[in-house]
Design a protein. Structure first.
Length: 425
């Protein structure tokens, strides 16, 4: 049986070598005449596998919607997906394969900043536009003008949680437990501390771990002695859930704070009850009652059997931004496409209006979500806007839950304790 399978797959891959890739292509156009090939890479089998699965699903839904409506400039979008197992080395290998072998016109990915940082130079060098839906470390887009993103960056995300800790939770002291193998985590540690200090707080102890660690009791015990008001844990779901459990086991009941990296359906299974009294910053809330968002939540859930997390939402938006740019560029010439992507303004995404700034980063508000493990759910708390961005006016009549706008350090928090009836996109 096994042998039959092996030889079948051999036959298949030989067929594919001839049928799937048009070797005569010179790389400036999509090799298969009628489709526009887009490369997507992410982790579907490693330590952050739910990130890649959600990303792939979000893009698939967006492409299906676009193709059902006739495609882009008369052509259908085709996704070519590669699993990078969540490592920077593999990310670099698979993006090279997508660009050089599959001749994709653009690449969407990665999620984890360290993986995007490893892959981006390949795209930049080949002059193939890469849009990361969700990597938030500032260094990613600094690689060059072919690299952009549809999410906010971590100096903002770190400041959001520092503001929430200082202003909403009234914390005076914080401990930070960061992932030393992740650029994302190292950045957030720095940005959180900078803002928390500005607001009069003090980071009294900083400890680190590495991805795939299982035992955090040493670091936590060291922190316990200092009794911080809150612990900031800017990591990914696999480790942070275990950290939460071990902290509670050690009798540490202070609020735990995190970032977008906590967002995974796996979090609840791993962390359980220990996730009470925990809050994260994130890109969007599935609670948002705006009809465009609820429509997306409904379609995604019907197709994939689970509500879309922020990765799925950002990937969906990245795919739509790319399609819009191909349309505006009048084709897939890579220099023109890059210009069109970088000129994206006010694109109505499910994660908010997307406008890329001069550094090719999206400028968007963040949401603070409270973890509700009993319902395996992130519950909307407040929206925090970046400096200089004013919250859209809500019609007072349609919203009886008065919005509490408070201006702290030039940024605005809009709080609504009554679920998300004024969650902002
Ligand atoms: N922002 C994270 C990073 O840069 C990735 C991430 C985004 C994870 C959104 C979960 C949700 O590494």
């Amino acid at each position: 049986m096994k042998r039959v399978f092996l030889s079948l797959s051999l036959v298949f891959s030989i067929l594919c070598t001839f049928a799937c890739v048009d070797k005569s292509s010179n790389g400036t156009v999509a090799p298969t005449g009628d489709t526009i090939r887009v490369g997507v890479y992410g982790d579907t089998t490693g330590a952050t596998s739910s990130f890649g699965v959600s990303t792939k699903n979000g893009i698939q839904l967006a492409f299906e919607e676009i193709n059902a409506a006739g495609g882009v400039n008369g052509k259908k979008l085709e996704m070519i997906f590669e699993d990078d197992q969540g490592t920077p080395e593999k990310a670099k290998t698979v993006i090279s394969k997508l660009i050089n072998q599959d001749k994709v016109v653009a690449v969407l990915g990665e999620v984890a900043s360290s993986n995007s940082l490893a892959a981006a130079p390949v795209a930049q060098e080949a002059k193939i536009p890469m849009i990361t839906p969700s990597s938030t470390n500032p260094k990613v887009t600094e690689v060059g003008d072919y690299i952009s993103r549809v999410c906010f960056i971590d100096p903002f995300q770190g400041s959001v949680m520092a503001k929430f800790a200082a202003n909403t939770l009234k914390a005076k002291t914080a401990a930070v437990l960061g992932d030393n193998s992740s650029d994302y985590s190292k950045g957030l540690t720095q940005f959180f501390e900078e803002e928390f200090t500005k607001l009069g707080g003090k980071v009294i102890t900083k400890q680190t771990y590495a991805q795939r660690d299982q035992d955090f009791k040493g670091q936590l015990t060291a922190m316990r002695g200092q009794n911080p008001d809150v612990i900031y844990i800017p990591g990914y779901y696999g480790e942070v859930a275990i950290i939460a459990r071990q902290a509670r086991e050690l009798g540490m009941n202070m609020p735990l704070l995190g970032g977008d990296g906590w967002d995974s359906p796996e979090l609840w299974k791993l962390g359980g009850e220990a996730l009470n009294k925990a809050y994260i910053s994130n890109h969007y809330s599935a609670d948002n009652p705006a009809p465009e968002i609820q429509n997306f939540v409904k379609n995604y859930t019907a197709k994939f059997g689970a509500a879309p997390d922020s990765l799925a939402a950002l990937a969906y938006d990245a795919a739509k931004v790319l399609a819009d740019a191909i349309k505006r560029a009048g084709g897939t010439d890579s220099a023109k496409l890059k210009e069109a992507i970088n000129a994206t303004k006010n694109f109505a995404g499910v994660t908010g209006a997307i406008t890329l700034d001069g550094s090719r980063n999206a400028v968007k508000p963040a949401v603070v979500l409270e973890l509700t493990p009993a319902q395996s759910k992130f519950t909307f708390k407040e929206t925090i806007y970046p400096e200089g961005m004013t919250p859209p006016a809500t019609t007072a009549a349609s919203n009886s839950n008065a919005m509490n706008s408070n201006t702290n350090m030039n940024s605005t928090a809009v709080t609504n304790t009554n679920a998300a009836s004024n969650a902002t996109r």
